[in-house]
Design a protein around this ligand. Structure first.
Ligand code: ADP
Ligand code: MG
Ligand code: MG
Length: 915
């Protein structure tokens, strides 16, 4: 049997996204559940692959399949393609497995030419409508398929309007439109060097080819790169019979969401325009009306739409983003997909759907991307500061959060200035797909035109970026680089503040404040905690950070970097004194000054953490980091310490290292200067005693950094144990503590069995382990890693997302070897990766006990850990289901009775994931 490349809507379903694309699969699904979808067919993503591998041509086999489906469609519609009396018109729409808003262009009204347009005019009795449709088609086709810039068409249209001395397109009559059509065709011939194709079959071939080719264009590639979309083979093409929202005042078109995509409220939400077609709503050219108003204008269609809203949401068990068109009082649904939403609405929708009994808690958890929570941890405007600010104007609250920055007028400037470290706000009349990189680089986005479903709004929400759209009180002069708003004029160096949750725009800078975890968010986090197996700790060095982390649900400290405590003004002096000493005595004297301060820090930290585990890492960075670099600072220090400038310079010279990352740092410091480890041990244990005396509990975990050889660890452990004993004896108390190591040197990972003889825990320091494992300097790899990722040498920056194959393998070796001598060795991770969702999943799978990340990533880690546990559970269940099915097959043959299967599964499996 030959391979199927073309599917009618009746032949597909929602699970066929990979080959039908998201749009096609959902059009097919809606057709099968009886919704009013105009008929059509889908040319598969596999055909796209063939096309792009076959010199941008389809094979005869595929073309024959297309012809067959087109004949079927004609029969179904009772109209013929190219018929000069009553022509079938179609839209040609792209759609890959993952939705990419605005990425690939749709062509409407295809099938119109000089003959068929007359047929359409006759049949509809509306010549103006027919010519207007033809004009739109030529423009779209010229732009998308033939590469003629739309300015050319705008110019042509303007000239006719000027000649007639009118302002709006709607004021043009059929004769004017006829002129426009002629001018459009001329423009095409001039710009594209060939005639606009009058043959409808040629139109269709060219349009399909253009969509398939657009899979490979720059903006599609940029979008995929920015959104980390990999592994798709292409886009599908949907060929669908046209319906018309521009047939008069009983027609219209709109976009709606089953719930509010901005705040998640369970309320029908959307926008529409009467007597309009296709992209008019999202293009931001006319300002659309709110969906409720449709009830007054067309009550029956509105009711039908509300029923469909409910039906679709129940069917998909998720918030839907729906496109519809009404043609002469008849409603059609043109698209549905899971709606993009802000993180706060994602959380609210997930929680409320559980409360409504629509989905399970587990599915609710899986509906929220851990990384998206970042948005909820986003800044808000400080209300008291906001009161005093000058409100310039108000637009639509298109994407929440707050942003402060200088104005930029185009995407290139945004990118350039952001790369220089400036905080900028991209201000545009309206955005288009070319602006994506600039939007990504900006703090926030402000547009003068467009609704809640405009390009700017949709893309900003997807990026989790603050956006105020459709700000009609704003005049943007992009060429003069000036905005006029609220009676003032602002240029490129003016700072403005946006509130994406209210739509307000302010002059100047308003203080931003940190977010909290409560309400729906808190509930979802509780559910995450019920299912996750990994513990979540935080990397924190101060009581304040620790408190923040606890508020976000941290269960302990996985990494307290003690060196940060050394930098405060009063301490750095003593630290420098230690470094500048020539002998042990001098060092001890300086360390004695540091001891009470460090002990005080630990005491405060232990108090806050009360009973939760705290891992303290001993001094890690090379000593020269504590010495001044500028001459003036050196002079100041010399004076303060009463030594000569030369002596300090000499010492700096002496401490200079060619490769400090691999130099005298980590445990190497305290092995050569054991008094440092002694002081730090004493500070930890004396603080512990003090906390215990307060009646609190603490089990300190002392962590030795940069161990590559067990002898290094043994050396340090001897000191820690000895000081612990001394402190116990001096205070006449007993306390528990652990001594463990970081695994961050490849040799340490490979000899982990030897180290585990002595170490009570391992914490993977994956920053250094990546640096030394991949051989990439953390400080220098920025120069080439971006390109490495673009070239696909590494799929992600290995410093952000764990390189599972290499660095992950080192971790697995260390775990296996460590467990072989100490079965219950405590395992954690404290590198940056401890806050990265996909790395967290890996940590779960290799059996770590906890991850540790910065305070603001703690909620993300909690949810990611829950996802990891659920995914594992799901795959176990899938395995069990497969076993049950194969058992049943033995009994019943190939056609297993579904009730039997369901019966057994229900009794064995509680929660079944949706798919
Ligand atoms: P996008 O992927 O950019 O959303 P679509 O393929 O959904 O592009 O097309 C954009 C718009 O064109 C739709 O929202 C709809 O209004 C209009 N459209 C597409 N196909 C048809 C059709 N068969 N009849 C009427 N309008 C259509
Ligand atoms: Mg669409
Ligand atoms: Mg390290």
């Amino acid at each position: 049997m030959e391979k199927q490349y073309v599917y009618s809507f009746k032949e597909g379903n929602k699970d066929m996204k990979d080959i039908l694309g998201g749009k096609g699969a959902n059009l097919a699904e809606m057709t099968s559940i009886g919704l009013p979808v105009p008929s059509g067919f889908i040319i598969s993503t596999e055909a796209c692959k063939v096309f792009n591998e076959n010199n941008k041509k389809l094979t005869d086999e595929i073309n024959t399949q297309i012809s067959k489906k087109l004949i079927e469609l004609q029969n179904k519609m009772g109209k013929r393609f190219g018929d000069s009396k009553d022509p079938l018109l179609v839209s040609v729409r792209s759609g890959a497995a993952v939705s990419m808003p605005g990425m690939m262009d749709t062509i409407l009204n295809l099938g119109l030419n000089d003959d068929t347009v007359e047929g359409l005019a006759e049949k509809t009795g509306n010549k103006r409508f027919a010519y207007d449709s033809y004009r739109r088609f030529i423009q779209m086709f010229g732009d998308v398929v033939m590469g003629v810039k739309h300015e050319n068409f705008e110019k042509a249209l303007e000239s006719v309007k000027e000649e007639k001395e009118v302002e709006f397109d709607t004021e043009l009559d059929e004769d004017d439109l006829y002129k426009v059509i002629e001018l459009y065709k001329e423009a095409i011939q001039e710009e594209a060097g060939r005639l606009f194709p009058n043959d409808v079959y040629e139109q269709l071939d060219m349009a399909i080819g253009a969509v398939f080719a657009s899979w490979d264009n720059d903006r599609a590639n940029t979008y995929r790169r920015l959104n980390n979309i990999h592994g798709l083979i292409g886009t599908a093409v949907n060929v669908q019979s046209m319906v018309f929202g521009n047939m008069g005042d009983d027609s219209g078109t709109g976009v709606c969401f089953t719930r509010n995509p901005s705040n998640g409220e369970n309320k029908f939400y959307g926008e529409f325009l009467m007597n309009a077609q296709g992209e008019d709503v999202v293009a931001g050219i006319r300002t659309p009306r709110e969906i409720e108003e449709l009830e007054k204008i067309m009550p029956e269609n509105y009711k039908e739409l509300v029923d469909i809203r409910e039906k679709l949401e129940k069917h998909y068990k998720d918030m839907q983003d729906i496109e519809f068109t009404i043609e002469k009082g008849k409603l059609y649904i043109l698209q549905t997909r899971n709606g993009k939403r802000t993180a706060s609405s994602a959380v609210r929708i997930a929680v409320e759907m559980v409360e409504e009994g629509l989905i399970s808690k587990e599915d609710a958890l899986l509906k929220v991307e851990p990384g998206a929570l970042d948005q909820l941890l986003h800044k808000q405007l400080d209300e008291s500061d906001k009161k005093n600010a000058e409100l310039l104007t108000k637009g639509l609250p298109a994407s929440p959060g707050a942003a402060v920055g200088k104005i930029v007028f185009n995407a290139e400037d945004a990118k350039e200035r952001a790369e220089k470290g400036e905080k900028v706000i991209l201000v545009r009349i309206e955005t288009s797909p070319e602006d994506i990189e600039g939007m990504n680089a900006a703090q926030g986005i402000l547009t003068a035109r467009g609704g809640m479903t405009s390009h700017a709004a949709v893309v900003a929400r997807g990026m989790g970026k603050c956006c105020v759209a459709g700000c009609s009180g704003l005049v943007v002069n992009e060429s003069k680089r000036i905005i006029e708003v609220g009676g003032g004029r602002f240029g490129e160096d003016s700072i403005i503040t946006l509130d994406g949750s209210s739509g307000e725009v302010f002059a100047g800078k308003i203080k931003l404040i940190e977010p909290t975890l409560s309400g729906y968010f808190g509930k979802l986090m509780e559910w995450a905690d019920e299912v996750r197996k990994l513990k979540v700790r935080t990397n924190a060095d101060t009581p304040k950070d620790s408190q923040t982390a606890i508020k976000f649900g941290a269960e302990g400290i996985g990494l307290c970097r003690t060196e940060h405590m050394f930098f405060e003004a009063d301490r750095i002096k003593a630290v420098r004194e230690m470094i500048l000493s020539d002998n042990k005595e001098g060092r001890e004297k300086a360390l004695a000054k540091i001891l009470p301060m460090q002990k005080g820090d630990f005491y405060e930290l232990f108090k806050v953490m009360d009973g939760r585990p705290v891992t303290i890492r001993f001094l890690d960075p090379p000593l020269h980091e504590f010495l001044p670099k500028e001459d003036s600072e050196i002079e100041e220090l010399a004076e303060e310490m009463d030594v000569s400038v030369e002596k300090i310079k000499e010492k700096i010279e002496e401490l200079h290292e060619f490769n400090p990352m691999l130099g005298h740092r980590g445990c190497r410091l305290a092995i050569t200067y054991p008094e440092i480890a002694e002081m730090q041990s004493r500070a930890v244990f004396e603080a512990a005693v003090q906390v215990i005396e307060d009646g609190k509990t603490i089990i300190p975990e002392v962590m030795i950094p940069l161990v590559g050889n067990t002898k290094e660890f043994e050396n340090q452990k001897e000191i820690v144990d000895r000081v612990a004993k001394e402190v116990m004896k001096e205070n006449n108390v007993e306390f528990d503590y652990l001594v463990g190591t970081m695994i961050e040197v490849p040799r340490g990972a490979i000899t982990a069995d030897e180290i585990a003889e002595h170490a009570e825990f391992f914490s993977f320091g994956t920053n250094d382990l990546t640096q030394m494992g991949c051989g990439f300097s953390r400080d220098d790899s920025g120069r080439f890693l971006k390109e490495y990722v673009e070239l696909g040498i590494y799929k992600n920056d290995p410093f952000q997302t764990l390189d599972q194959k290499g660095v992950g393998e080192l971790m697995k070796i260390a775990i296996e070897k460590g467990k072989s001598v100490r079965k219950n060795i405590k395992l954690g991770i404290c590198g940056e990766h401890g806050g990265d969702p996909s790395s967290i999943e890996f940590c779960h799978n290799i059996g770590l006990n906890y991850v540790s990340c910065s305070p603001y990533r703690v909620p993300i880690a909690r949810l990611a850990a829950a996802h990891a546990a659920l995914k594992e559970e799901k795959s176990k269940r899938m395995q069990m289901i497969n076993e049950v099915v194969s058992d049943l097959k033995k009994q019943y043959g190939e056609n297993v009775p579904l009730e039997k299967l369901e019966g057994i599964l229900k009794s064995r499996v509680g929660w079944l994931c949706e798919d």
